[in-house]
Design a protein around this ligand. Structure first.
Ligand SMILES: C[S@@+](CC[C@H](N)C(=O)[O-])C[C@H]1O[C@@H](n2cnc3c(N)ncnc32)[C@H](O)[C@@H]1O
Ligand code: SF4
Length: 347
């Protein structure tokens, strides 16, 4: 059955015509789905019972079920574990900032990219999420918190550019009028650097922020941390970033996870400066969150500060990412992983 929550308004309009309904019904249904965020056709009270039955026969209205939520006592960050209609589970995070609420969503069930420090990839890729499943993480969190979501970051489990078509549709549905209508400027998509799709995204000329997971200042070192670097040379990835800026005018964010003794020396900082100095960018330093399956450790505070100072002295725009929800299940993908391991053991 067609997933009605993944349809654009114009597609929904065509659908209504095809089942013999008036066009204006599409706008009503779209508003129930994407503004009023209902989970059931029976909640669409301005539609006749007959039409609701017809919709049930012809369309699927998938929604996520909340399995677990953990809220930090330190900063009110909440981590959500949701079950999808096929039984898979995914995680999302709500972060509360002065400038508004930000939600970090997953784009896939698992990931096949194999980055060495990441919990999301430990069991490989199950499947990409549908547009409705990406949206519903935001919808369910907004309903749970009873507060509007202002920013969305696609930085949870999965590689969004490995689920490209669904991602683009999701962006459209999230940002268009008639839905939550979140500004494109309040949306960030993070990638490990899938070059052809970075270029395709640039050609869409959207106003979203592209974040590139860089994590190393040389091709050789990047290869040891991120297998995707075997496919795309660092120079190609950086060229794709320059291209993104030229097409959209949007400053690039580079994410750099600092791993103790691996990529956090002053020499690394110097090389990094050389690499990005001609790119209009911002660098986000992320102290790596150790996962038990790997032996990477976080850099010490002194090394992190020295690294930051070195970049700043060269005029690079840099921040250290504040760790949110330090007291609740650590790194991205870990909540899901620990839940699944427990289920496997039948506890
Ligand atoms: C989980 S990924 C999802 C988006 C996309 N796949 C990517 O790699 O950019 C989001 C960011 O989290 C970072 N990350 C993953 N595991 C981490 C860990 N254990 N500690 C710190 N950052 C981590 C990634 O490197 C990436 O920059
Ligand atoms: S860091 Fe991103 S691309 Fe790499 S394994 Fe994790 S989710 Fe996948």
């Amino acid at each position: 059955m067609t997933d009605i929550k993944s349809l654009t308004l114009s597609e929904l309009t065509q659908e209504m015509e095809s089942i013999g309904e008036k066009k204006f019904r599409a706008a009503q249904i779209y508003s129930w789905l994407h503004e009023r965020l209902v989970d059931d056709f029976d909640e669409m009270t301005n539609l006749s019972k007959g039409l609701r039955e017809k919709l049930k026969e012809n369309y699927e209205l998938p929604h996520l079920t909340l399995v677990r939520v953990q809220t930090s006592k330190i900063d009110e960050t909440s981590k959500f574990l949701f079950r999808l209609s096929d039984g898979n589970v995914i995680e999302s995070v709500l972060m509360k900032y002065h400038h508004g609420n930000s939600v970090c969503i997953s784009s896939q069930v698992g990931c096949r990219m194999g980055c060495r420090f990441c919990a999301s990839t430990l069991d490989g890729l199950e499947r990409g999420l549908k547009p409705s499943e990406m949206l519903d993480q935001i919808y369910q969190i907004q309903k749970w918190s009873k507060e509007r979501v202002h920013n969305v970051v696609v930085m949870g489990t999965g590689e969004p550019l490995d689920n490209y078509d669904a991602l683009l549709r999701f962006i459209h549905l999230l940002t268009c009028e008639g839905g939550l209508h979140i500004s494109q400027r309040n949306l960030t998509v993070s990638t490990c650097g899938i070059v052809p799709n970075m270029r395709r995204l640039a050609d869409e000329k959207l106003q979203i922020t592209l974040a590139l997971s860089l994590h190393a200042s040389s091709q050789e070192k990047r290869k040891t941390l991120m297998p995707v670097a075997n496919k795309y040379e660092l120079s190609e990835v950086l060229d794709a970033c320059r291209y993104y800026f030229s097409q959209t005018g949007r400053r690039i964010t580079f994410e750099y996870s600092l791993v103790g003794g691996v990529n956090d020396s002053e020499e690394d900082a110097r090389e990094l400066t050389e690499l990005v100095k001609d790119i209009n960018c911002h660098i986000n330093l992320i102290p790596v969150n150790p996962i038990k399956e790997r032996d990477y450790v976080q850099s010490d505070t002194g090394a992190i500060q020295r690294f930051k100072n070195k970049l700043e002295k060269s005029g690079i725009n840099v921040t250290i990412r504040r760790e949110m929800g330090r007291d609740i299940d650590g790194a991205c993908g870990q909540l899901r992983k620990s839940y699944m391991d427990t289920e496997k053991r039948g506890e």
